[in-house]
Design a protein around this ligand. Structure first.
Ligand SMILES: [Zn+2]
Length: 240
């Protein structure tokens, strides 16, 4: 048992009894951290509003034996108030936090993903474009080991105009499965730019809507599958 420090984003919080909370953090050095914040819900708490979702904080934690650590000190680095206090941005930011929560493991450092999330939250503070979320989800899928092919057919490498998450992204007319969706090569190009360069481009509302829907569809399909296979692996370990 010992004290340790980390810099983290608050992913979610849960009530624990009258005054405490269990906070799930995404730490730069420690991956997912679940910790008890004592007295956080008292009005004069020294933690006050510092542990709301999206807050980027500097933490000192006490590592307990139970797998549930205890927050002993917290300082706000960046509250991301602009994301938290705007309904649309909050909803978009929430999609990113939930996706990260699914991917990040406890005590597994993923500093690149940490930087990617803080960058995306900064972007979301200065724009309301849902493309920020679309680009983030495509990159996250890549980091989790499911990088989509978007500039050519995932099966044969030729020009593509269809989209199929189970097949790995873009697919051509010959390779497409029955449930692939025809999206056009321009949309695939947009998704590819989003993944590689980020959400700098301006598109009309309809195009933006389709791009974000496809990115979410792709990320949800693969992250869900990954979760299920991780759960299956746990079952196997228990049975042995
Ligand atoms: Zn093909």
């Amino acid at each position: 048992m010992s004290l340790y420090k980390d810099e983290a984003i608050v992913l979610r919080t849960m009530r624990l009894g009258e005054a405490d909370r269990i906070v799930t953090f995404f730490g730069r050095a420690n991956g997912k951290i679940r910790a008890v914040a004592k007295g956080v819900r008292k009005t004069k708490s020294r933690f006050g509003g510092r542990m709301e979702p999206f807050s980027q904080v500097s933490l000192v934690l006490w590592q307990g034996r139970s797998g549930l650590d205890t927050v002993t000190q917290v300082e706000v680095i960046e509250p991301f108030r602009g994301v938290r206090e705007d309904l649309e941005r909050f909803a978009m930011g929430q999609v990113m936090l939930e996706a990260v929560d699914r991917v990040v493991q406890e005590k597994e450092p993923t500093p690149r993903l940490y930087t990617m999330l803080t960058d995306a939250l900064h972007s979301l503070s200065s724009t309301k474009s849902p493309l920020v979320v679309g680009g983030f989800l495509l990159r996250l899928s890549g980091m989790a080991g499911f990088a989509p092919s978007l500039d050519r057919c995932a099966e044969c490498g030729s020009q593509a105009s269809w989209f199929s998450p189970p097949q790995g992204g873009a697919v051509c007319d010959r390779c497409r499965a029955i449930d692939a969706e025809e999206v056009g090569s321009g949309m695939l190009q947009l998704l590819n730019d989003l993944m590689i360069q980020g959400a700098w481009m301006e598109t009309d509302k309809e195009t933006t809507g389709i791009a974000v829907r496809l990115a979410r569809f792709y990320a949800e399909y693969h992250l869900e599958r990954r979760l299920k296979s991780a759960a299956a692996a746990d079952v196997l370990v228990v049975e042995q």
